[in-house]
Design a protein around this ligand. Structure first.
Ligand SMILES: Nc1ncnc2c1ncn2[C@@H]1O[C@H](COP(=O)(O)OP(=O)(O)OP(=O)(O)O)[C@@H](O)[C@H]1O
Ligand SMILES: O=P(O)(O)OC[C@H]1O[C@](O)(CO)[C@@H](O)[C@@H]1O
Ligand SMILES: [Mg+2]
Length: 448
């Protein structure tokens, strides 16, 4: 099991002051809030309030809850620690050296959590480590809050290394953001639940459309570049989906056990069906002719071909050619709609806790860390643990099996695939009563 709290690089904890929160009415009543390094609010802080000069930057794609995190960092610093100087960096990493900063106060951020997007703007590319650290140094910034996905956390890690190399007393704290939920170690990324919730509206529309016409097929494309979590959870939540395609699960169209055969069967049984595909699904099947001119975005992420349009056309061509049945396919692409909205209540709570955790960590002098929930505990995780791999749906895990049994779709796996995959499985967990249990990674030993 991953032990988490706190695994950090406490590079400058030798000088500390009493935490001003001990005089804060919200915290002072409950003495056990104040603990040593192994829990939530430190007794000692590294920074005195009036010496803090913080900045916040948002990078990568949009995600519901970005504004909530920004708001709660500003308010947390101000209300909990009396920090007055917080700068917003305009437009992602390049904003450190190419643009002006925005002064952030509790008043100026008061309502921003009700809006989608990020009030600071965002960008891909433009990470120039030495220019960024020059800017941090020139502006006298000593706390850097960096909100973004896997690429952003890699960028934060090199900024942290350069700051350390220059011997600067600057805390660098990452807050992980991605609707794809592809960041490892943490239980879930903020905005994910909102994205899944919003995806329901598209799936519902696809269902209504498809069941209203003969042999109707509703096809919904959702985000998920390398990881199909949004598609998987949206499918499980909806129950109207007959087939879910994700990048982790290869599939094929023609022949026995293929998608076309399943579609025909489903239409004969039910008269309509809904298919959900994550944007990264089946990329290996798409022809090179669908390549755009650019192969990568400004951050070096591979640009994907449009799997939704491609499969839709293939389905239409197949049934037209076979002349076996007339189908009516409606294609819905809500891609940007699921991430450009404000966060739902549960994500707002999560964002608030992450922001407060990041503020407590930075004030305590922790640096080179990303904050996150790990097995239900708020944790400080060293950057390298977050950036070394990507969180993906494991198709031999129980969650994917649950999906397959809920949709009844084919697994698209041959017996040989299953056997080969099984060889790589971890040894099963041993239970106290000698039962053997395999499956979800989160299972704990049974006590009674
Ligand atoms: N290996 C890296 N080293 C330094 N900077 C990086 C690295 N990878 C990405 N970045 C920078 O991080 C920023 C965001 O990266 P990217 O566009 O990949 O989004 P992300 O943070 O992964 O978010 P998402 O993929 O969820 O949209 C960009 O400004 C990019 O230049
Ligand atoms: O079109 P953009 O803004 O570069 O972002 C698209 C990508 O961003 C993500 O939403 C991740 O943030 C992916 O799911 C998607 O492929
Ligand atoms: Mg990314």
């Amino acid at each position: 099991m991953f032990l988490t709290y706190p695994i950090t690089s406490p590079i400058f904890l030798f000088l500390t002051y009493p935490n001003p929160l001990q005089d804060n009415p919200a915290y002072s009543v409950v003495k056990q809030y104040f603990v040593h390094d192994d829990d939530t609010v430190p007794q000692k802080v590294y920074f005195e309030s009036d010496e803090v000069n913080a900045c916040i930057v948002t990078c990568g794609g949009l995600c519901p809850g970005l504004n909530t995190v920004i708001r709660e960092i500003v308010c947390g610093l101000n209300y909990m620690y009396g920090v007055k100087r917080v700068l917003g960096i305009d437009g992602g990493y390049r904003g450190f050296y190419a643009k002006n900063t925005i002064a952030l106060t509790p008043k100026s951020v008061n309502d921003i959590h009700k809006r989608g997007g990020t009030v600071l703007g965002t960008s891909r590319g433009g990470h120039d480590t030495s220019k960024i650290v020059d800017s941090i140094q020139d502006r006298g910034i000593n706390q850097v809050y960096i909100i973004g996905g896997d690429g952003t956390q890699k960028g934060a890690s090199v900024i942290f290394e350069e700051i350390r190399r220059r011997g600067l007393k600057v805390a660098v704290v990452g807050i992980p953001k991605t609707i794809d939920n592809d960041i490892p170690i943490i239980d879930k990324s903020f905005g994910f639940d909102t994205a899944v919730e919003e995806a329901q509206r598209a799936i519902n529309a696809a269902h209504v459309e498809s069941e209203s016409i003969e042999n109707g097929i509703g096809f919904v494309k959702l985000m998920g570049r390398y990881s199909g979590f949004i598609a998987m959870h949206a499918t499980l939540a909806s129950r109207d989906v007959d087939c879910c395609l994700i990048p982790e699960s290869p599939f094929y169209l023609e022949g026995p056990g293929g998608l076309f055969e399943y579609i025909e069967k489903r239409l004969k049984e039910n008269g309509h069906m809904v298919i959900v595909a994550a944007e990264g699904a089946g990329q290996e099947l798409l022809s090179d002719s669908m390549h755009s001119m650019a192969k990568e975005d400004a951050s070096g992420n591979k640009l994907l071909k449009d799997v939704g349009l491609w499969i839709s056309q293939k389905i239409k061509d197949h049934f037209a050619k076979q002349n076996r049945m007339t189908i009516n396919l409606k294609y819905i692409d809500p891609t940007y709609m699921i991430r450009a909205i404000p966060s739902i209540a549960s994500d707002n709570v999560y964002c608030t806790l992450l922001a407060q955790s990041s503020v407590h960590g930075a004030m305590a002098g922790y640096t080179g860390i990303t904050v996150g929930l790990v097995n239900g505990r708020h944790s400080y995780i060293p950057f390298h643990r977050i950036t070394e791999k990507r969180n993906k749906v494991v198709i031999t895990d129980r969650m994917w099996a649950r999906l397959l049994s809920s949709t009844n779709q084919p697994s698209f796996l041959s017996a040989k695939d299953v056997i080969e995959d099984k060889k790589e499985e971890e040894p099963p967990l041993q239970l106290l009563d000698d039962e053997v249990c395999s499956g979800d990674n989160n299972l704990v030993n049974k006590q009674n």
